[in-house]
Design a protein around this ligand. Structure first.
Ligand code: V47
Ligand code: SF4
Length: 412
């Protein structure tokens, strides 16, 4: 055999291996008799599903079938060799003020009587130092709409953080805060963003989207940043080359139609501007609010469907986050088998959901994060904010915990 033949054989064998991997990944997961097999066929063919399809998935009686489709799409989207990757980040949350001129009815974080606070630049820096000592690589900073914390203040905060910790990625300012600061200053959204980027802003989180539907917003007294402005601000950030994320808050009196409309607006915006990295379905907690009797609390079934259906519907989003702070660690682990590929971060100290009664820990160590991922059957991958891989963990995915495979085998 010549060297040439050996090379050819190797290449054929590599191609064969590749086809095998791809065929395993693309194996159909639903029985042909399923009442959503027509949607499944479109998903297998890589076609986009419609809002009507998404509504059918919300109403489909078999949650596991919907979950299996979410898991299928997650594996295909992850790409070869990364089918089992689940991402997390070593980060901290920083909330410089809980005073807010708004009074959204689901919010327990802002305006809690005499416990309202506004940190000085030095106080913010002190908090950042605590995170930096733990080796974090991202600060996720958001706060209330507070006239004392104006654009100058945030410029100073960001410059101070970057001067001391130039390596830290600053993911900060929701679209709601950008709108507020722009109005305070009397300048455009773009100018506001430019000034913050010059001060050190690297990317924007997805908070403040709530539910885009105006009737729900009116009932929840959400007067800030309507859908078109929230989307416009993210579009501007994307045009400037910044990456952002997107959220959807459930459990505030929305119907499934509102959730599907919310995701459709995000998908349309992503087609235009392309800068969303991730979608995060959020769940409302009610302690300290007056809305519990007016709304229906999402069940575990609802939350898993949000993960699976967003994974399928948002075909132009690379990542879906299971936010363990709100889902709880166990449900977040299960969500990994329904299409989520990100557990968010180690956090440091979370205030917004804990102010409303969340009982999850305030933070998780990196080791615990990796254990949660591997015991759910996945490979833990530490990432940076924009999903560059920092380290693939040597923690092997636990076979016992490989729920995704068991879900798939149950229904095929
Ligand atoms: O915008 C407010 C929501 C959001 C409550 O971008 C509540 O990667 C639950 O946006 N119960 C802030 N939720 C959190 C957020 C977020 C979290 C993790 C990652 C990312 C990301 C973004 O929390 C607010 C609002 O929608 N919220 N009140 C409540 N009572
Ligand atoms: Fe203010 Fe945001 Fe709370 Fe609304 S959700 S009251 S805008 S901090």
């Amino acid at each position: 055999m010549t060297c040439y033949d050996v090379a050819l054989l190797e290449s054929v064998s590599r191609q064969h291996e590749k086809e095998l991997t791809v065929s395993v990944v693309l194996e159909k997961v639903l029985p042909g008799s399923s009442t959503i097999s027509d949607i499944a066929e479109r998903i297998y063919a890589g076609e986009r599903i419609t809002s009507a399809d998404a509504l059918r998935l919300y109403h489909h009686p078999d949650l596991l079938e919907v979950g299996a489709l979410g898991e299928f799409v997650r594996r295909r989207k992850a790409g070869e060799g990364k089918e089992k990757f689940v991402y997390y980040i070593h980060n901290m949350h920083l909330n410089p003020t809980n005073f807010c001129v708004e009074t959204c009815r689901f919010c327990s974080y802002a305006n809690p009587g005499n416990k309202a606070y506004s940190w000085t630049v030095e106080e913010v820096l002190d908090e950042a130092r605590k995170g930096a000592q733990l080796g974090i690589n991202e600060i996720h900073m958001v706060g209330g709409l507070n006239p004392i914390c104006d654009l100058n203040y945030y410029e100073e905060v960001m410059k101070a953080i970057k001067a001391e910790f130039p390596h830290l990625h600053l993911k900060a300012m929701t679209a709601v805060e950008i709108e507020y600061l722009a109005n305070l200053e009397g300048i455009s959204f773009e100018e506001t963003l430019k000034r913050l980027v010059a001060a050190g802003l690297n990317s924007m989180p997805g908070g403040g989207a709530e539910i885009f539907d105006e009737s729900v917003r009116t009932k929840m007294a959400v007067k800030k940043t309507p859908a078109h402005k929230w989307l416009e601000i993210h579009g501007i950030a994307h045009q400037m080359g910044m990456k952002t994320t997107a959220t959807m808050l459930t459990g505030i009196g929305e119907a499934v139609e509102h959730k599907v409309d919310h995701m459709r607006l995000l998908r349309d915006q992503q087609d235009i501007s392309g800068g969303f990295m991730c979608f995060i379905p959020l769940k409302c907690y009610y302690e300290g609010t007056t809305i519990a009797d007016e709304v229906v609390e999402p069940t575990a079934d609802d939350l898993l469907r949000d993960i699976a259906i967003s994974r399928i519907f948002l075909d132009n989003f690379d990542h879906i986050k299971a936010y363990w702070i709100q889902l709880g660690v166990q449900l977040a682990q299960v969500a990994l088998s329904f299409g989520a590929d990100d557990l968010d971060g180690t956090i440091g100290e979370e205030k917004i959901t804990h102010a409303a009664g969340a009982k999850t820990p305030l933070q998780l160590a990196k080791e615990r994060m990796e254990e949660l991922i591997s015991t759910a059957g996945y490979t833990p991958v530490e990432r940076d904010t924009v999903y560059n891989i920092r380290r693939v963990s040597t923690c092997a995915p636990s076979i016992v915990g490989a729920l995704s495979d068991r879900v798939a085998s149950l229904i095929s």
